[in-house]
Design a binder for this molecule. Structure first.
Ligand SMILES: [Zn+2]
Length: 498
């Protein structure tokens, strides 16, 4: 008998007090970066289908997180628990309502991971669902760069990050208190080279930045990009054995020291910067496929070398030879045209899921991807590429398989992944030869700036200023040589006289 009474009593309580598992409509979060922890100030805007006396919500909670304060529109909330990293909150009861807010302040320790000496990496998420609107801000330290889930746009100004969008929210970013500005870049120098030596290449890369804009037609709403330079040994250990530079998710370009000993350093920097922008355009790409990304980056690298007046090796066919007063140089082609022919003869498809990880097809894949972009731009123009990239920018759903990824990209481009595929060997070779000679003018470009607010601007490459600078540099080298010659001459004259 007693049991029935309790059940009836409970039933009665349920009848009088309606509650709902709340839907989160909108989340606003301010993340303050401190020395040893971060403080997340989160406001959750709740909504229910019908009016309720109180709301119940459960959300994943942060490892090493502590609740500093918790309140709703009625005041402090005492009824909450954290179990196995899930925070369950029951709001205060009152007259029935359909909306409420929860203000939650959390301290999280150990969220920032020191990836490199004094350079920290943070990965942070919020309990947003498919239709949840999120606005996020991070500040307190100088943020160097960022990445987000698809459906979000970010702006990075003077080290402060703002992100907004819809859907499951996750962001990653790097921050540091070090860094010295050269042109558009913040240099974090962990190498043996001087800041000035690297800075010169970064300034040159800034002057040639318009090449990236001309290729992508899209730019980030960010006023600086971070470049970390590591000694070659540390680079090999922490990044990989084969590359000169890499774009690290979370917004950091990492380049090895020896790359800055060469004249093509600005081309390496702009190659990685292209990846940084592509990571925002294709934030939905979780397929691990990178032929399109690498093709664009290699194309930017190629155009940059051309603008710097440097020789580049051919793709697939044709040895390049040149000499100065002392030496003769030979540049072998990147990959072999016979491999390309074989790829088509055997109806291979592996480029549709290619990435640079597989050493056996690495060189081939880079050359193939670049050839593809060169042919595309030559045949259809920069404008077609820009239109396709803007289509890709609209994708919000995560893409997880190589097949789906390549389908989406090739549909946007309206083409097939078959550069220089021709019916005869002769025609294939002549296509390769033509693309090796392809050296387009860099056009004036309508650039879409993507960030919390989007806008379009027109950018004209300032070629004259650049050519003047390059010429000045050559003249400086020349006059230095002349001075040395004169000095040597004077010395020999003196000794002849003496
Ligand atoms: Zn790359």
């Amino acid at each position: 008998m007693m049991r029935w009474k309790i059940i009836l009593l409970l039933f009665g309580v349920l009848l009088t007090f309606a509650f709902a598992n709340a839907q989160i409509n909108y989340i606003d979060c301010n993340l303050e970066l401190q020395d040893n922890s971060v403080i997340a100030d989160i406001t959750l805007y709740l909504k229910a289908e019908s009016a309720v006396n109180y709301f119940v919500i459960s959300m994943p909670f942060y490892e090493n997180g502590t609740v500093l304060s918790l309140a709703d529109s009625l005041g402090e909330i005492k009824d909450y628990k954290i179990e196995e990293n899930v925070l369950t909150i029951r709001t205060n009861s009152s007259a029935k309502r359909r909306e409420d807010i929860i203000k939650l302040k959390v301290k999280i320790d150990g969220l920032a991971e020191e990836r490199f000496n004094n350079i920290y990496f943070v990965k942070f998420s919020l309990p947003a669902e498919q239709k949840t609107k999120v606005s996020f801000r991070a500040y307190g330290k100088r943020i160097l760069g960022f990445d987000t889930a698809s459906g979000f746009r970010g702006s990075l100004k003077n080290g402060e990050l703002k992100i907004s969008g819809l859907g499951p929210f996750i962001t990653s970013f790097f921050y540091s208190e070090e860094g010295r500005r050269f042109g558009k870049f913040i240099l974090l120098n962990k190498s043996n080279l001087t800041d000035e030596k690297i800075g010169k290449s970064l300034e040159r890369a800034s002057e040639l930045y318009f090449i990236v804009l001309a290729v992508l037609g899209i730019e980030l709403d960010a006023n600086e990009f971070a470049v970390l330079v590591l000694g070659d040994d540390e680079y090999k250990e922490k990044i990989n054995e084969y590359s000169e530079g890499v774009y690290s998710t979370g917004g950091l370009i990492v380049i090895k020291e020896s790359a800055f000993e060469k004249k093509e350093a600005p081309a390496v920097v702009l190659h990685e910067l292209t990846h940084e922008i592509n990571a925002k355009i294709m934030a939905w790409n979780n397929s691990g496929t990178s032929w399109f990304d690498e093709g664009l980056a290699k194309f930017v690298e190629y155009l940059t070398k051309k603008q710097l007046g440097l020789r580049t090796n051919n793709l697939f066919y044709g040895v390049v030879q040149y000499s100065d007063a002392q030496y003769t140089y030979t540049l072998n082609p990147a990959s072999d045209w016979k491999l390309l022919k074989q790829y088509y003869d055997k109806n291979e498809q592996f480029m549709l899921e290619w990435n640079a990880d597989n050493a056996d097809i690495r060189e081939f894949g880079y050359a193939f991807s670049e050839l593809f972009i060169r042919e595309y731009v030559k045949e259809k123009g920069f404008g077609a590429l820009h239109r396709a990239l803007r289509e890709l920018l609209k994708i919000k759903q995560s893409v997880n398989t190589p097949k789906e990824f390549s389908k989406a990209v090739l549909e946007a481009l309206d083409t097939k992944l078959e550069p220089c595929k021709r019916e005869s060997e002769k025609k294939l070779l002549s296509c390769i030869r033509e693309l090796n000679r392809f050296n387009p003018e860099i056009p004036e470009t309508k650039v879409l700036i993507i960030g919390v607010e989007e806008q379009e601007v027109s950018k004209k490459p300032n070629m004259q200023a650049l050519r003047k600078k390059l010429l000045e540099e050559k003249l400086n080298v020349f006059s230095e040589m002349l001075m040395q010659l004169l000095e040597a001459l004077m010395r020999s004259t003196k000794s002849a006289l003496g």
